[in-house]
Ligand binder design. Structure first.
Ligand code: ADP
Ligand code: MG
Length: 392
């Protein structure tokens, strides 16, 4: 891997600009989920342990190049102090003075980079202004790496740069899953729609040995094979596309796995009467909301034969019981195999992370990415500008 890490950098007495993602949910001025903050703590601690002065660059919300008081990063300071366990100073402006006044052992947080119109334009001028504030740049915001912005891309070309601990962990996990994976490799792609995951499916069929298609998007593939799906969520206009993906998989030697049995209901609500039927037996007026037991059994068997699994998208409408069963059972099987050290499992995606947390197994996966859009773009095989700028 071409990018450097904190271990490669001499940070003693240096001003270290660290791009972080602390775009956390806030209600009434209080952080309601500090996961993203917790994940950047190792980087900040390591920088301080090596004698560096951490200066945090971050965005919050979408102020679109203007100062929007409600989107000030000042409100994140208490949560940062609590998690880092050090004094955190905040600078709304006068960045250079705030940097010179920063004592060793303290952290400086600069105001929302997106208040400046140059940030989202990846403006070189703004990037140089930021670069002047430090001696070294560390990017620990993998989740913002799919965007070429001044604080994620342009700045990395202007000074010695490295990946932070979280970025490093993400990149290593992703490399292990798709870059140079142990085979056989399976990908499980579920979720709602084919149309939102076309690039992803197209990229995966040429890179994995098995592609499991689940969730609402499986319905579209069933329709493409002439199977009736009642009033299920399905994109009938994507049938041709689905056939093309199947053909591409065939020529690439990738086996596609679709549900063999399904759980159906007439209403999408908790406690709705549900039935388990063969995949070909969805009556009119009924909709497919989950994969059935036989499908799950086959998946568990498949995972038993695989060395690597990459997972995005739930197998069913997991938010509502009992349509979370297939997702939960498959997730448990992956977690068990991973814990035994027999499977490298990497998962990501907003709803996927929620589903794995709900199933209580996220801890046992080899790696669960919280990067959202950046994770999906990486699964699509796209180059992430923030990673490329680090030389990787
Ligand atoms: P992620 O956020 O992990 O990328 P998606 O957003 O693509 O995942 O998909 C998650 C959504 O897919 C969930 O809201 C879930 O209810 C929905 N879903 C899964 N299976 C079905 C189905 N059979 N019918 C309708 N919706 C489904
Ligand atoms: Mg989603």
């Amino acid at each position: 891997m071409a990018w450097k890490t904190i271990d490669d950098m001499d940070l003693g007495g240096k001003r270290v600009l660290i791009r972080v993602d602390i775009n956390v949910p806030v209600e009434d001025g209080r952080v309601t989920d500090a996961t993203r903050i917790e994940r950047i703590v190792p980087t900040i601690r390591d920088v301080m342990d090596k004698g560096g002065k951490p200066i945090l660059l971050a965005h919050f919300g979408r102020p679109k190049g203007k100062e929007v008081p409600e989107m000030s990063l000042a409100q994140i300071v208490p949560a940062l102090e609590e998690k880092i366990g050090a004094n955190v100073r905040f600078a709304a402006r006068g960045f250079a003075d705030a940097v010179s006044a920063l004592p060793a052992g303290e952290v400086l947080l600069l105001e929302n980079v997106r208040f400046h119109p140059g940030e989202e334009k990846n403006d070189k001028g703004f990037a140089s202004e930021l670069a002047e504030l430090g001696d070294v740049y560390i990017n620990d915001a993998f989740s913002a790496a799919h965007r070429a912005h001044a604080s994620t891309e342009a700045i990395a070309h202007l000074m010695p740069s490295a990946a932070g601990r979280l970025m490093e962990a993400e990149l290593k996990a992703l490399e292990a899953a798709l870059g140079d994976p142990k085979r056989p490799v399976a990908a499980l792609v579920g979720g709602a729609k084919v149309s939102t995951k076309l690039d992803l499916l197209e990229n995966l069929v040429s890179r994995v040995d098995h592609l499991v298609i689940g969730g609402g998007m499986a319905n579209t593939f069933l329709v493409a094979q002439g199977i009736e799906v009642g009033s299920s969520l399905a994109e009938r206009d994507m049938a041709e596309t689905a056939r093309r993906i199947v053909a591409k998989a065939e020529s690439a030697g990738c086996t596609i796995h679709l549900p063999v049995d399904i759980v159906i209901a007439q209403e999408f609500k908790a406690g709705a009467e549900s039935r388990s039927v063969d995949v070909a037996d969805c009556p009119e007026g009924w909709m497919i909301l989950d994969a059935g037991e036989q499908t799950v059994e086959r998946l568990v068997e498949l995972f038993g034969d695989c060395a690597t699994l990459i997972w995005n998208g739930p197998l069913g409408a997991f938010e509502i019981e009992p349509f979370d069963r297939a997702t939960n059972a498959a997730a448990r099987a992956v977690a068990d195999r991973s814990r035994e050290g027999k499977l490298t499992s990497v998962a990501g995606g907003g709803d996927t992370v929620a589903a794995l947390n709900k199933a209580g197994v996220a801890e046992d996966f080899t790696y669960v990415s919280t990067a959202g859009g950046a994770f999906l773009e990486w699964m699509e095989g796209k180059t992430l500008p923030g990673v490329a700028a680090l030389g990787g």
